[in-house]
Ligand binder design. Structure first.
Ligand code: MV4
Length: 452
């Protein structure tokens, strides 16, 4: 096992990783920017290093400083968390080249899945269902028109280096295609420094279903059920749950097997997520793979009774997947709501500032992953996630009642939060019925307003 782990991150995920390390008896190093001096991750870690000014490119994204911080403090491993450098192959490479273990997959695995067109090709070769579309990147608008003509409109043009929705354009007909193609290429070049794009048939109202997988260095890969993340706004997930109300045991086995097959094909090591689109007729299609621990991992932890972050660390240290994990069984239902310092009625405008009062919800089956406290100032430089409320119940109905109760008794004053909005989502008949898709919030704009 490692002796000392440096956490190359901040906020709630830094605290989450520190907790896992403490349980494993591993020492921890926090890194922080000048804006994060008062942060709890600094207080809870055994050692801490200031790595630069507030903007992330000067601190949490500065590779040489992170590696220097690990060397100075004698850390033998780095956990990247999510966001920042978590899926940066060059970072993973430089960490390893400095004789420090990267807690995550190999640089090659990160690269293979970072190229979304290549990942799609690999999925297809492995017999994992993909949406009908171009076999690889599409070079010219003429070639694109031909592919679109074959699969039929509407089509979606996606950036090969993309993911998470950037550089994506829908074309409804042949007339629109040329412009959409050009715009997708421009957006892709600006965002990812690569204008490579590929084309898929556009599904109108899919659900977002993702499979949690975990692989070890001994060639074993397993999956830990799906998460349903269909409630999103502009590709930001707002609510996640496990298991999905739209997935039965047969479908779960089929999607899970597909995910494991793809991960095995690249000898995947560590925690990963394979994203699928689920169509109304029950067909599922590979979308992309994320090679990191995700924000929404706690819903999987709650319904499998299994610690994914501890497993990430022990697998990175060379341990085989634990027996506990192999014996895991689904129990009950878990839901997560992301609480952000944002104003839903003002286009989710960020609301940084001083937290003047704070009281978290509690009770059976209620978990709050957060880094905030009364007197903490939410800095304007980073994402606006304040807390994740995760509930577990024996049934989805029980979990839903727990979530409503938890949100209603969550006090955060001083900044505007998404708590009242989340409460309305938890009471919406379509959400209660489990009948949501990725267009849910577009159809229900009144949910964004306090006075409906
Ligand atoms: C799609 C799609 C419909 N058809 N692909 C959005 C994020 C990126 N990873 C892929 N995305 C989509 N790909 C086909 N062929 C619809 C989306 C999409 C979406 C997917 C998951 C969750 C929310 C979404 C919101 C809008 C569009």
């Amino acid at each position: 096992m490692f002796k000392k782990v440096l956490i190359a991150n901040r906020g709630e995920i830094a605290l989450r990783v520190i907790r896992a390390c403490k349980e494993l008896g591993v020492e921890t190093v926090a890194v922080y920017s000048e804006a994060d001096r008062e942060s709890l991750h600094v207080r809870f870690a055994d050692d801490d290093v200031c790595i630069g000014r507030a903007p992330s490119r000067d601190s949490y994204l500065n590779i040489p400083r992170l590696i220097a911080a690990a060397e100075i403090t004698g850390a033998d491993a780095i956990h990247p968390g999510y966001g920042f450098l978590a899926e940066n192959a060059e970072f993973a490479e430089k960490v390893s080249a400095s004789n420090i273990a990267f807690i995550g997959p190999s640089p090659d695995q990160i690269r293979q899945m970072g190229d979304k067109a290549a990942a799609r090709k690999l999925a297809k070769e492995q017999g994992v269902p993909t949406v009908p579309g171009s076999p690889g990147p599409v070079a010219s608008p003429e070639e694109g028109q031909q592919v679109a003509g074959e699969i039929g409109f509407p089509v979606i043009i996606k950036a090969a280096a993309g993911g998470g929705g950037k550089g994506m354009r829908v074309a409804n007909d042949a007339d629109q295609f040329g412009q959409s193609f050009t715009l997708a290429k421009q957006e892709a070049l600006a965002a990812f420094n690569s204008d490579e794009v590929y084309i898929e048939k556009y599904l109108a109202r899919p659900r977002h279903i993702e499979i949690q997988i975990m692989g070890d260095t001994h060639g074993k890969v397993m999956h830990l059920c799906e998460r349903d993340c269909s409630v999103q706004r502009r590709h930001q997930k707002l609510v996640e749950e496990a298991p999905s109300p739209a997935v039965d045991q047969t479908l779960r086995q089929d999607i899970g097997d597909a995910a494991v097959k793809l991960a095995e094909a690249i000898g995947y090591v560590g925690a990963g997520t394979i994203e699928f689109l689920l169509d109304a007729d029950g067909s599922f299609y590979f979308m992309e793979m994320n090679t990191r621990i995700q924000v929404e991992h706690p819903v999987t932890e709650m319904c499998t009774n299994f610690d994914l972050v501890k497993e990430q660390i022990s697998v990175a240290a060379g341990a085989p997947l634990s027996l506990v994990m192999n014996g895991h069984r689904l129990r009950g239902h878990a839901i997560e709501c992301r609480v952000n310092a944002e104003d839903p009625s003002r286009n989710f405008q960020p609301s940084p500032g001083l937290i003047t009062a704070y009281h978290p919800p509690g009770g059976p089956g209620v978990r709050v992953d957060t880094h905030i406290y009364a007197g903490y100032t939410v800095p304007p430089y980073y994402d606006s996630l304040l807390a994740k409320v995760i509930v577990h119940g024996n049934t989805r109905t029980e979990a839903l009642a727990r979530m409503r109760q938890a949100l209603d008794s969550f006090i955060i004053e001083g900044v505007t939060t998404t708590i009242p909005f989340l409460g309305r989502v938890m009471r919406h008949p379509d959400f209660v019925a489990g009948k949501v898709d990725t267009k849910f919030l577009e159809r229900e704009p009144h949910l964004l307003k306090d006075q409906p």
